[in-house]
Write a protein that binds this ligand. Structure first.
Ligand code: NCD
Ligand code: ZN
Length: 352
């Protein structure tokens, strides 16, 4: 079979993205909006998005940062704290402001200081979410300093996720940006109301990339990349056709000065080459025919949302990725910086 020169996909959605705020929001939002019809917007701003009013206002700022002709819909999330109120969440869900709520274990990642100290404190919240069908999105890492940083996701499954799902058997849960074989196995065996997102970077490199010839801050994100066996398990899951696994870039821009620092920020900005990066992986796995399920069908099915009406086109054309993007708030280094990719995003095609 000859390799295709063009790919047409139902327009995808990004089920996990950080669009930030202020000047960074204005600089980065279009990179996501030009490829994806909808995106689940992470609420880890400073201060975090905990109320319906804050989410409404943030949604307006996102829409103001994006050209309306891109037809982009931000799907907002609530940041859960120890004091989260079931009624506030339920009202936001009912009013179409909150699509889901996000659990950050306190101190697990960027801007998570206000996160949840013990999931048991969320019992009333989770009970309500289960009753109304509101999805819980989890950053699945324990923060216990006794646990090795590379084992924190696997420990989270045992200590937090499995017991929580036992207590709330009807709760819809997305295990976000999974990085381990254990997470793949857990989600595969779980009931159909448990899904997972997979980032392009965790499909691309393993933890060696962090130390290749020196310390490489642009390969640092959380959860941190794991051993090769885990990357291979993620690639198998993403390209398997299993509807529990779907696209979530976890695109997380930080200024280059905040990454290249004595205490560099976690996060990889992959929005400029998101679909191109996934296409690379699916092609390498001989699974280009399964890309559309992962990128455009499984997510809407999980969230109970309609599949998008538009399509996007990717063309086989060598595409050089810039070393840096000079954005207004400061330079940002993209995923695949300085490399050449085989596919280029060629825009949205509208039916009729
Ligand atoms: C994210 C960020 O920078 O907001 N960083 C990251 O490494 N993924 C936070 C997160 O999703 O953990
Ligand atoms: Zn994230």
């Amino acid at each position: 079979m000859t390799a295709p020169t063009e790919l047409e996909l139902i327009r995808p959605d990004d089920w996990h993205v950080h669009l930030r705020d202020d000047a960074m929001l204005v600089a980065v939002a279009t990179f996501t909006a030009r490829q994806f019809a909808r995106a689940i917007i992470m609420p880890n701003l400073k201060p975090p998005v905990t109320t319906v009013a804050a989410a409404r206002a943030y949604r307006e700022r996102i829409l103001a940062a994006v050209d309306p002709s891109l037809a982009f819909t931000p799907l907002m999330t609530a940041y859960l704290t120890d004091d989260a109120e079931p009624e506030e969440l339920a009202r936001g869900f009912r009013e179409g402001v909150f699509t889901a709520a996000k659990l950050y274990p306190a101190h697990a990642t960027t801007n998570s200081a206000a996160g949840v100290t013990d999931v048991r404190r969320l019992d009333r919240v989770l009970e309500r979410m289960q009753a109304i069908g509101m999805p819980l999105l989890v950053h699945g890492e324990v923060v216990d300093h006794q646990v090795d940083v590379f084992d924190r996701e696997a420990a989270f499954i045992e200590r937090v996720l499995a017991p929580t799902l036992e207590r709330f058997p009807g709760l819809r849960v997305v295990f976000e940006h999974i990085t381990t074989r254990q997470a793949v196995d857990f989600v595969t065996q779980a009931r159909p109301t448990v899904g997972a997102t997979i980032t392009p970077h965790h499909l691309e490199f393993n933890r060696n990339a962090l130390f290749e010839g020196g310390l490489r801050p642009h390969f640092y994100c959380l959860p941190v990349a794991k051993r090769e066996e885990h990357r291979l398990a993620l690639r198998k899951a993403a390209t398997s056709g299993n509807p529990k696994f779907f696209l979530g870039t976890d695109s997380a821009p930080h200024r280059v000065t905040d990454k290249e620092s004595a205490c560099g920020c976690a996060g990889i900005w992959n929005a400029p080459v998101a679909l191109e990066s996934y296409a690379k992986v699916f092609e390498e796995e001989g699974a280009l025919s399964r890309l559309e399920g992962f990128s455009s069908l499984h997510g809407p099915r999980f969230y109970g949302l309609p599949v998008n009406g538009e399509c996007v086109r990717l063309v086989r054309e060598p595409t050089a990725v810039p070393e840096r993007y000079p954005l207004a708030p400061g330079d940002v280094v993209p995923f695949h910086a300085g490399r050449q990719l085989a596919w280029r995003f060629a825009g949205v095609t509208r039916p009729g």
